[in-house]
Design a protein around this ligand. Structure first.
Ligand code: FES
Length: 225
């Protein structure tokens, strides 16, 4: 089994925060095979709460752990990120709630997503590709570096979602977050909206299983900017 079976001891201030262990599944509820991910394609699942979306990405190349204390929350807590999981150590997951003003993907609209090799416009100083980009105010995050902020007004990386990969059956299990969580602010800001979109279970912890979908199938209007 690759990935951490228990919370990794990462030398830094911010520690992994454990939530329920939740198996990623396909839309039929069968275990999702990590090797079925299309490389550099946006997938979404919800964790650790029913209404909190997560980006799941296979970056197509091994993603090493960050240096110790390479990342920092807006509260000043530093942390190291454990890198990719899976056969090639290329699979990563981050909360899809933008660390600037909490923009997130819904079934109707998504301003934030991973951009594969797309040229960026003049408002985006980092002309690199393969970044998570938020069109609201052009924050850019590097998924190969723990979602470190590379541009724009975001004051901290996207919160990492820690995954365990079971090499025997090629499944993925989410088990913790690492970094600056924004769930309290998210639920406060979008309380009314979430009650319509998700209903009374919005703040419920996800238990046991969570389905993975391609962003382009989950969301009717993925905005590109
Ligand atoms: S909300 Fe994402 S950059 Fe402002």
């Amino acid at each position: 089994m690759s990935g951490a079976a228990s919370l990794p001891a990462l030398a830094a201030d911010a520690r992994p925060k454990a939530y329920q262990r939740v198996l990623l599944t396909n839309e039929r509820g069968d275990p999702f095979k990590a090797s079925s991910l299309t490389v550099q394609t946006n997938y979404v699942f919800h964790y650790p709460f029913e209404a909190t979306p997560v980006f799941l990405l296979d970056l197509g190349k091994a993603v090493p752990p960050s240096n110790p204390a390479a990342l920092k929350t807006k509260g000043g807590e530093s942390y190291a990120w454990p890198g990719g999981v899976g056969m090639k150590k290329s699979i990563v997951a981050f909360s899809a709630i933008c660390a600037h003003q909490l923009v997130y993907p819904t079934q109707q609209l998504s301003f934030i997503s991973f951009r594969k090799g797309t040229p960026v416009n003049a408002k985006t100083p980092n002309h690199g590709a393969d970044l998570i980009h938020c069109c609201a105010d052009h924050s850019q995050y590097d998924p190969a570096q723990g979602a470190k902020v590379l541009g724009g007004p975001a004051s901290q990386p996207l919160c990492a979602i820690l995954l365990e990969h079971n090499a025997k059956d090629d499944t993925l299990t989410a088990y913790a977050t690492l970094g600056g969580e924004l769930f309290d602010e998210f639920f406060k800001k979008y309380e009314a909206k979430l009650s319509i979109e998700v209903g009374s279970k919005a703040k419920n912890a996800v238990t046991q299983r969570t389905p993975v979908r391609e962003l382009d199938k989950f969301c009717r209007n993925p905005v590109k900017c």
